[in-house]
Design a protein around this ligand. Structure first.
Ligand SMILES: CC(C)(COP(=O)(O)OP(=O)(O)OC[C@H]1O[C@@H](n2cnc3c(N)ncnc32)[C@H](O)[C@@H]1OP(=O)(O)O)[C@@H](O)C(=O)NCCC(=O)NCCS
Length: 221
């Protein structure tokens, strides 16, 4: 399939801000939207309660988990994310379940021509895991990136020990491309990561959301 690689309009990030979705999965209705200043209390409550669920998979935080995830940290973090979205180097999505903030899908390090690539990272509240939330959220983000944003390649890196995250990527058809040695400082040490990737030309008509619907994993909400 031939692809055109559009230049982003000057000073604008194609496809941002935006609201891809929703999709209905066993846990409820999943949608994406841009992060908001008022997400701070939910963001902090989930992340401080979920240190044991999240910290084995996230970059080591100088200053300590509790301090770096306090509600007072959010306004500064949100300003950085909003700026990155506006500059076209990231798409910082909040994940909502039945309208409630439950996690984050981050499309970061957006590189335009000639690569048209980015990475995708994600986490979700431990109380809603296993219900298809992040699989649906990543599907919506990928379709959006290969659609209005005009990207060609998305990468995700994951520790070999992270069975749930590997399962998410494999359900969505990401291919394992290799092992990055001592790639990220996580939980106090440099950890190996598998690199998974997907390119726009691998998507079937209907995209990943269509794939989840066809497999009976999701329905259009
Ligand atoms: C990884 C994570 C985002 C998955 O979110 P989720 O909403 O639970 O994902 P889904 O429900 O869409 O899919 C999870 C799949 O993994 C499976 N799974 C769960 N634990 C697993 C494990 N230890 N080994 C293998 N598969 C596992 C689930 O059964 C499900 O597959 P299924 O639909 O075939 O049953 C969530 O567990 C999380 O936030 N983890 C901590 C942060 C993190 O790891 N982020 C990613 C860093 S690369």
């Amino acid at each position: 399939m031939a692809h055109s690689y559009p230049e982003p309009p000057v000073g604008r990030h194609p496809g941002w801000p935006s609201r891809p979705g929703p999709l209905k999965v066993p846990a409820g209705v999943v949608a994406l939207r841009s992060v908001r200043l008022r997400d701070g209390s939910d963001w902090s409550a989930i992340r401080t309660r979920d240190e044991r669920h999240l910290s084995p998979w996230e970059p080591t935080m100088p200053g300590g988990w509790i301090r770096r995830n306090a509600a007072t940290e959010w306004p500064g973090r949100w300003l950085q994310l909003r700026s990155a979205g506006r500059r076209g180097v990231a798409l910082p999505f909040a994940v909502t379940l039945d309208g409630r903030f439950v996690g984050h899908v981050m499309v970061g390090n957006v590189l335009r021509e000639p690569l048209l690539s980015a990475y995708v990272g994600y986490w979700v509240d431990s109380t809603v895991t296993g219900g298809g939330v992040i699989t649906a959220a990543v599907a919506l983000a990928v379709d959006h990136c290969f659609g209005p944003v005009g990207l060609h390649r998305l990468e995700a890196t994951v520790r070999p020990e992270n069975g749930a995250s590997i399962r998410v990527l494999e359900k969505l058809g990401f291919r394992q491309e290799g092992l990055f040695r001592r790639y990220l400082d996580i939980d106090g040490a440099w950890r190996d990561h598998y690199c998974y990737a997907l390119t726009a030309d691998e998507l079937l008509p209907g995209g990943l959301a269509g794939r989840l619907v066809a497999e009976g994993r999701a329905s259009r909400a």
